[in-house]
Design a protein around this ligand. Structure first.
Ligand SMILES: NC(=O)c1ccc[n+]([C@@H]2O[C@H](COP(=O)([O-])OP(=O)(O)OC[C@H]3O[C@@H](n4cnc5c(N)ncnc54)[C@H](OP(=O)(O)O)[C@@H]3O)[C@@H](O)[C@H]2O)c1
Length: 275
């Protein structure tokens, strides 16, 4: 039995599909089973990573698990997993752990990695760069006029498709390579200006990027992130204006298929953008 935490998320729901297609028995952990829409063959279990008392039942008979990194809250899960005999943990982490200055976000992912490594179970870390799925935050602006407002428009990152992250995580669960960390990027470094243009070209919409002050963007980020995380993300974007994110071959090496490009991702989410 494989347990998938974060199974309603961008990565988790694609991972569940990969594992079902591979013929695995899958259990999905969620805090709210009523809001879950996963294939019928998936066993849904109610649990919360911040409430360890909810986890032993979810972990019964689980030999491998995909762990969503809820910061500062993994010890209870890891202790229960080890107790029931779980053998291998695949942790969703972040490429920021490899930065010379990991910042607020990298430090928290590093702490998650250290907790997993200290658990005694074997592990694989999946360290993606920025998700293409972050650009779903642009859907409202694309649907209402087509102008995306942001800062550091020329910053070139190599965003990765959530389906490719899931494919690597599935590989790490199906054929575990203990002690491996997979760093994942998409196939191209693309600026925000490029990405907004590709959304328009792919979906036949009129789109443009408009530069706004950093403080305006920061205020929006603070609606859902603590200040040091918002500053880290903005600093990362500022740096990518002159140093584009390097493109890595890991996805193709691990899965045998090329990493999906941005236009493919946009086409997959056409309805979100109103295309
Ligand atoms: N976005 C990026 O650019 C980026 C880059 C590198 C790494 N990452 C990592 O990837 C993560 C985002 O992955 P994602 O987009 O797949 O996630 P997501 O779509 O935001 O989904 C989050 C999932 O986590 C589950 N969850 C949250 N808190 C939980 C808790 N206390 N107990 C149990 N489950 C909990 C939620 O499940 P329920 O609501 O069903 O309980 C939900 O399915 C980030 O948090 C970060 O660690 C992101």
């Amino acid at each position: 039995m494989i347990l998938v935490t974060g199974a309603n998320g961008n990565v988790g729901r694609n991972l569940v599909r990969e594992l079902i297609n591979a013929g695995e028995k899958v259990r999905a952990l969620t805090r709210d089973p009523a809001t879950t829409s996963l294939p019928d063959s998936v066993e849904i279990v109610c649990g919360d990573l911040t409430r360890p008392e909810t986890l032993p039942a979810a972990l019964q008979d689980v030999d491998r698990a995909f762990l969503f990194p809820v910061f500062g809250a993994l010890e209870g899960f890891l202790a229960s997993a080890e107790e029931v005999g779980t053998r291998h943990i695949v942790l969703l982490s972040s490429d920021s752990v490899t930065f010379s200055q990991p910042g607020w976000i990298g430090e928290r992912h590093l702490a998650c990695e250290q907790a997993v490594a200290a658990s005694g179970m074997s592990w694989t870390f999946v360290r993606p760069t920025v998700f293409m799925a972050n650009d779903l935050g642009w859907t409202h602006q694309i649907r209402h006029g087509g102008t995306v407002r942001g800062v550091y428009g020329s910053a070139a990152m190599a965003p990765v498709d959530e389906r490719d992250i899931a494919a690597v995580a599935a590989h790490a669960l199906l054929t575990p390579q203990p002690g491996t960390a997979y760093e994942l990027t998409g196939p191209q470094a693309l600026s925000q200006i490029d990405r907004v243009r590709i959304i328009g070209e792919t979906l036949g919409l009129s789109t443009r990027f408009e530069e706004v002050p950093r403080d305006d963007v920061r205020r929006g980020l603070l609606d859902h992130l603590p200040p040091p995380a918002a500053d880290f993300l903005l600093d990362q974007l500022a740096a990518a204006q002159t140093e584009p994110t390097p493109v890595l071959p890991t996805i193709e090496q691990v899965t045998g298929h090329p990493a999906r490009n941005y236009a493919e991702w946009v086409a997959h989410h056409a309805t979100n953008f109103g295309g």
